[in-house]
Design a binder for this molecule. Sequence first.
Ligand code: UN1
Length: 509
Amino acid sequence: MTETLTQTSEIATMVRSSLEACGVNIDALGGAHEASSPLTGEVLMTLPVNSAEDIHTMIGQAHEAFKTWRDVPAPVRGNLVKRWGELLTEHKDDLARIVTAEAGKIQSEALGEVQEMIDICDFAVGLSRQLYGKTMPSERPGHRLMETWHPLGVVGVISAFNFPVAVYSWNTALALVCGDTIVWKPSGMTMLSALAADALLGRAAKDVGAPENLHKLVLADRTGGQLIVDDPRVALLSATGSVRMGQEIAPRVAQRFGRALLELGGNNAAIVTPSADLDLALRGIVFAAVGTAGQRCTSMRRLIVHESIVEDLTAKLVSAYATLRIGTPLDEENLIGPLINKASFEGMQDAIKSAQEQGGTVLCGGGRVNADGEPGAYYVEPAIVRMPSQSAVVKDETFAPLLYVMTYTDFDDAVALQNDVPQGLSSAVFTNDHAEAERFMSASGSDCGIANVNIGTSGAEIGGAFGGEKETGGGRESGADSWKTYMRQATNTVNFSGQLPLAQGVKFL
Ligand code: UN1
């Protein structure tokens, strides 16, 4: 126990100095919220909690700031995001350390998360000169028809613990160049990472002389989040989290005719065909299934393997799993850090039990690691469970390193199985058969927002749109033309003919 306490105080010291380096005034912290680390399960420091009144005021400030920001030319708005990207680059290690301490990510993945922030800043800066609208031919002589994209308003961002800063940055970098302002409520489990990311943005805003109140950080629980959801001054609500959360939020935002961007659950599968390069598939599967301890929205949860190769592939997977080092992410040799908390561990145990009841066989894993040495931390051996069919438990998302293996004979059946779950985020096929790859990506192939070939389900680049269908919520964030969700579209018809011909040939007056 003493050893654990010592470790917690060491982690707290590391976090404090990283927070300070990012520009957080740690003397101003302290309060009712306990920020803890999954590395030990113990409290690192306490933080203030915003009241309902604070939140109301912050939304008002962001709403006022929008009225100035929307008229700043987009490329000038891009300067703020450019500076943010520079500061994120400078403080990449600091921010990654906080992410490791608070979300439990191994260092390489924590650094990767900050890299995603830097990448989206670059993308958004370029975008600030490319918020293109189309022109269309008018049916009338001497008329011009075009679309214009205008800033939308305040964007409310609700983010999850598993990507405590990257997903927020996708929203924020885009929203800022699009002329919007931000009110961000991070997960209660990752408020320290949020403080650091927000402080860096604050520094960037000062450095470039941007107006005040462009970004507001709300430290609050669910009730605080609901105030943002229900506030009519919040034009777009972008939320990442559980399906249950989305089901609660979506009707509330719709009720007030706000816009919602939802990124909810995933139940991501890979199909492995007989022609696949099995060594490549193996690496792709292992990273997607156990990376971030299975706590990505994109983590691979289902494997649909051709019956002729299933024994070979599962044997290889079990051997590969045996080599994975599990333990503190502060040790660079470890590839699997802790689950976020006890509830997460229990959720995994329950799922394994249900899987067994539904005819599943555990091929490996599932046990807790180092419970004596780290009683407050939940390290777990990643599990592989062979399932006779896609039963109820397989259709649920369990946010842990738990991979179900099923078999198929006919490729079309494999695609049908991949699609036969309520979620639709990410999917993959491992094949060297060109026609199979194309069928998988075709209209009648994978029904997910992400459909990959010869690569796992996780680890998407920021350049593409990120999101999925069905219970995943339908939202698209990050690259491609996701920016359009952060703007409002106006159609302009300009008449320079000196006459007033009406459209559709209508005669009047
Ligand atoms: C998430 O888990 O919410 O594609 C985001 C990936 C990361 C983003 C995941 N780039 O795995």
